[in-house]
Design a protein around this ligand. Structure first.
Ligand code: ZN
Length: 151
């Protein structure tokens, strides 16, 4: 599949995360695990979180697929270490805004390296790739809250 033409600096950042993913490892002490698959592109992500109270104490993933899917989840896990569940919700919403071409989201420095993916918003097929990790995160947050509610 042809990679979309992105700003070259952003492209480098995406490739850097793809080649040297952050937090790509098993997290044996995880409290929640979610698998997501993108059949359009063949991307796979298994996201593991260790949730402690209302915080994500640790976030790791195992995955394979295109550079956009793997760089996005790598960048996402960087932002998740120590984040509250509410901050994780806000990150998901703001990243979805970014994928919808929202200008304010594109300027939002709290997204960190994730801003490098803003050019993906012009390529609808690839948005699914970028969102795969965030789909997993949303499901993991939902499961964590259900478990916390059940205790
Ligand atoms: Zn993909």
């Amino acid at each position: 599949m042809i990679e979309p033409t992105l700003n070259s600096l952003y492209q480098q950042l995406i490739l850097e995360h793809y080649r040297k993913p952050r937090n790509r490892a098993e997290l044996p002490e995880h409290t929640v695990e979610v698998r997501m698959y993108n059949p359009v592109c063949g991307d796979e992500i298994r996201l593991q979180l260790r949730v402690d109270g209302d915080r994500i104490a640790e976030a790791k993933f195992i995955g394979q697929g295109c550079s956009i899917s793997q760089a996005a989840v790598s960048m996402m896990t960087v932002k998740l270490q120590g984040a509250t569940l509410a901050e994780a919700d806000a990150l998901v919403s703001q990243f979805i805004n970014l994928m919808h071409g929202d200008e304010a989201a594109a300027r939002d420095r709290t997204l960190g390296d994730l801003r490098a993916l803003q050019g993906v918003s012009k390529f609808p097929v690839r948005i699914k790739c970028a969102l795969l990790g965030f789909d997993a995160l949303q499901e993991a947050l939902k499961q964590s809250r259900l478990e916390a509610g059940a205790q």
